[in-house]
Ligand binder design. Structure first.
Ligand code: CA
Ligand code: CA
Length: 406
């Protein structure tokens, strides 16, 4: 789609220039043409020189896909795409966090200093039966990365094992609050204060890929997946999305899954079609439900929806060592990411699904992401119309059943 759009835009532009100014001006105009940020995906191997030979300024290369990021003019992109080695050249696209729009406001803020609130189990934790799963699994040492605005490393109710900033700068500290809120839903500590996450034993990592305003680019999300792949992450939680798609990002998600990483993403808050990356087949798409197990009116829906989880008025950690109540599919997504961690810790190789079919299809006693997804869907509590549907997917995630407690 992007490929077609670029070609079309170029040809229309050229025709207009020729009509208005004559062909001699076209060459002059090309020299002043602005460069755009693009993602070049190769069929087999990265060919940096090919891009440079086409006047591209290479900014970054990826490991997870044979691709790179470059600044190029649209004319040079058109030339580059003539090469047999190139699969796609796409303009970089933006995506945003999808929870802040439903911010319930500061009335629910509770300070962490000087006297932090006593520990409670948020309703979402109880609703997915995470507390009932803890006798068997707390997700201990399972590596879960929150790709978001960073995580508040100074929060008393979180322990961040590591991370990376892929948008420039060395710190993955959260300057927005959204990433810290999602992190708490996954892995807030079981101590005496604040909240408990779905998997209080999880090894929590921050991939800071969205800025202070909560926006980020697909080129940086791929960089984030690159890091997750190189650093042995088992789950990547993505509470962001955009309405546009790129072949490069979709390919990177598929490669991450093929390398054993379970990808979970928020379905979106527009009440319309499911956004990307949630809509990709390699990603578990999560919608938001309230305390009555009713899907939120703004929760995106469609055939790509896999599961729902609590996402309305969710109390969790926030930057500045405080707690805040937020709503959004952004809050639903980490409930599922945490449940994946609970499941992975149990190493449940021998279990069978409700039809008596072994989850571990190849018998290696390791669950690949498809097998994990199958289990979550098979053990979810069906909601809405019977069986899988567009508003609830396979239903409400059930952590207790997912870890094999009947
Ligand atoms: Ca706590
Ligand atoms: Ca259903």
């Amino acid at each position: 789609m992007v490929k077609a759009r670029i070609i079309k835009a170029l040809s229309v532009g050229c025709v207009m220039l020729m009509v208005l100014m004559g062909c001699s001006m076209v060459v002059a105009a090309k020299k002043d043409e602005e460069k755009v940020r693009c993602i070049v995906l190769f069929k087999d191997n990265i060919d940096k020189k090919l891009v440079e030979d086409n006047n591209g300024e290479v900014l970054d290369t990826y490991d997870i896909i044979p691709g790179l990021v470059a600044d190029m003019t649209k004319s040079d992109i058109k030339e580059l795409m003539k090469s047999d080695k190139v699969k796609s050249v796409e303009e970089d696209a933006e995506a945003e966090i999808i929870g802040d729009a439903k911010d319930e406001g500061n009335g629910n803020d509770r300070g962490g200093s000087p006297s932090p609130p006593a520990q409670t189990n948020p309703w979402g934790i109880l609703k997915i039966n995470a507390d009932d799963a803890w006798t068997k699994s707390k997700g201990t040492s399972i590596k879960v990365a929150v790709m978001d605005t960073g995580i508040d490393t100074g929060h008393s109710d979180l322990k961040v094992a590591g991370g990376i900033n892929v948008i420039g700068g060395s710190s993955y500290k959260d300057d927005n609050g959204h990433g810290t809120h999602c992190a708490g839903i996954i892995a807030a500590l079981d101590n005496t204060i604040g909240v408990i996450g779905v998997g209080p034993g999880v090894s929590l990592y921050a991939i800071k890929a969205l800025n202070k305003q909560g926006s980020g680019s697909y080129s940086n999300f791929i960089k984030g997946l690159d890091w997750a792949y190189s650093n042995g992450m088992q789950v990547v939680s993505m509470s962001f999305g955009g309405t546009s798609t790129t072949t490069a990002f979709e390919t990177a998600c598929a490669k991450a899954k093929a390398n054993g990483i379970v990808l979970v993403a928020a379905a979106g808050n527009s009440g319309g079609p499911i956004i990307y990356p949630a809509a990709y087949s390699s990603v578990i798409a999560v919608g938001a439900t309230d305390k009555t197990n009713t899907v939120a009116s703004w929760s995106c829906y469609g055939s790509q929806l896999d599961l729902v989880a609590p996402g309305v008025e969710i109390y969790s950690t926030f930057t500045g060592n405080i707690y805040k109540t937020l709503s959004g599919t952004s809050m639903a997504c980490p409930h599922v990411s945490g449940t994946v961690a609970l499941l992975l810790y149990t190493v449940p190789g021998l279990r069978t699904d409700s039809n008596g079919i072994k989850y571990d299809t190849n018998g290696d006693n390791i669950w690949d992401p498809s097998e994990v997804q199958h289990c979550l869907e098979d053990t979810a509590s069906d909601l809405g119309s019977g069986g899988k549907d567009s508003y609830y997917g396979y239903g409400l995630v059930n952590a207790q059943k997912a870890v094999g407690i009947a």
